[in-house]
Design a protein around this ligand. Structure first.
Ligand code: GLN
Length: 308
C-alpha cells in the first residue's frame, strides 16, 4: 500500500502548482479535426487507491476524448470473450515505431506487434465484432460498469475520425489482405473509431483502471472482470507497449505501466496499490501528452512509487 504518511491530495495539488506555468505546452493532435479544436491549456489529474480513496486536482472531472486509452478496455473485453486464443493473431512485443505505422505489417505478414498500436487494436476490435451481437454497445456498457457511471461516445469525434482516418483504413485493409480480419473492414473500423471517441474524465478513468490494481476485480461491485493473471499481463503490456515508441523512455523516467491517447490522457497503474489518470491535450512528437509525462514523473519522484 502507499505509505500512509504520503498526503496524496497534497502531491496532486503540488503537481498542478508546479506545472501551471507550463499549461498549454505541446501540440494538440491535428490529424483528427475534432481534436484540433481542443484548447491545449487544460490540465487535470485524478487518483484512486486500492482501498477506494479518491483524490483529484485541476480539471479532473472534465470529459475528454480517451482515444488510445480505449485499447486497454477493448483488450480486457476481448480477453474476457476469447481468453488466450486472442494471442493467436497478435504479438506482445514493443513495436519501436509510431502508433500508426504500416511498415512492420508488411514484413510480419499482417500480424500486429501488440494490441496497443493501431493495427493491434483494430485486430482486437475485429475479435470483438466476432464475439458480440452489438459490439459498440457491449464495449460502452463494459466501460460504464468499470467506472460506475454512464459513459457515452462523442459522435462528432467518431465521425471526424471516420472521415479522415486514412491510415487506419489502410492498416485494416492491409490486415484483411493477409486474411487476418474475420469481419468486413467497415464494421471493424466503425467499432474502432467509436471506442476512440469515448468521452471520459480523469476521475472516471482512474476508477475504470482499478481492476488492474485489484487482482482483476471491479472494486465498485466486487465482480471479477479479469483473472488476476490477465490483469497482471495487461499491466505488463502497458509498461512495454502502452506509450508506443516512447515506452522505453516512460519505463526509464516513470517506471509504471501507462497507456496514453492522442486526446492527451495518460492512465497509469501502481499494481496492487493505485490507478491514476492525467490529462493535458498538448502532445510531444511521439503522440504522448507532454505535461502528462511530466506530471507522472513528478508523481513518482514525490511518492517513490514504482514497479522497480
Ligand atoms: N484514434 C487515434 C488513431 O487511430 C488513436 C491514436 C492514439 O490515441 N494514439 O489514430
Amino acid at each position: 500500500m502507499p505509505d500512509t504518511a504520503i498526503d496524496l491530495q497534497a502531491v496532486l495539488d503540488d503537481i498542478v502548482t508546479e506545472l501551471r506555468p507550463r499549461f498549454g505546452e505541446g501540440q494538440v493532435a491535428t490529424y483528427i479535426p475534432a481534436l484540433a479544436r481542443v484548447d491545449a491549456g487544460h490540465f487535470g489529474i485524478a487518483l484512486r487507491t486500492r482501498a477506494g480513496a479518491e483524490y483529484r486536482a485541476g480539471e479532473a472531472d472534465r470529459a475528454f476524448s480517451i482515444q488510445s486509452i480505449s485499447k486497454v478496455f477493448s483488450l480486457a473485453l476481448a480477453l474476457r470473450l476469447h481468453g488466450s486464443d486472442l494471442w493467436a493473431g497478435i504479438g506482445r512485443e514493443p513495436s519501436g515505431n509510431p502508433f500508426n505505422s504500416l511498415v512492420q505489417l508488411e514484413t510480419e505478414q499482417g500480424v500486429p506487434r501488440n494490441p496497443f498500436i493501431n493495427a493491434g487494436a483494430i485486430l482486437v476490435a475485429d475479435r470483438l465484432v466476432s464475439g458480440c451481437d452489438d459490439p459498440r454497445e457491449t464495449l460502452r456498457a463494459f466501460v460504464s460498469s468499470l467506472c460506475g457511471e454512464t459513459i457515452a461516445f462523442d459522435e462528432e469525434v467518431a465521425a471526424s475520425e471516420a472521415a479522415t482516418g486514412f491510415r487506419n483504413v489502410a492498416l485494416a485493409n492491409f490486415m484483411k489482405s493477409f486474411g487476418r480480419l474475420e469481419n468486413p473492414v467497415d464494421t471493424v473500423l466503425d467499432l474502432y473509431f467509436h471506442q476512440c471517441a469515448l468521452a471520459m474524465s480523469c476521475t472516471q478513468l482512474a476508477r475504470a483502471m482499478a481492476c488492474l490494481c485489484a487482482d482483476g476485480r471491479n472494486p465498485l461491485d466486487g465482480s471479477q472482470v479479469l483473472t488476476d493473471r490477465q490483469a497482471r499481463r495487461i499491466n505488463a503490456l502497458m509498461l512495454t507497449c502502452g506509450t508506443y515508441d516512447a515506452a522505453g523512455e516512460f519505463a526509464f523516467r516513470i517506471g509504471l505501466p501507462c497507456k496514453s491517447g492522442v486526446g492527451g490522457g495518460i492512465v497509469a497503474t501502481v499494481p496492487d496499490e493505485l490507478s491514476l489518470c492525467v490529462w493535458s491535450p498538448g502532445l510531444d512528437e511521439t503522440g504522448n501528452s507532454a505535461l502528462g509525462m511530466a506530471a507522472l514523473e513528478a508523481f513518482v519522484s514525490r511518492t517513490g512509487l514504482s514497479v522497480f
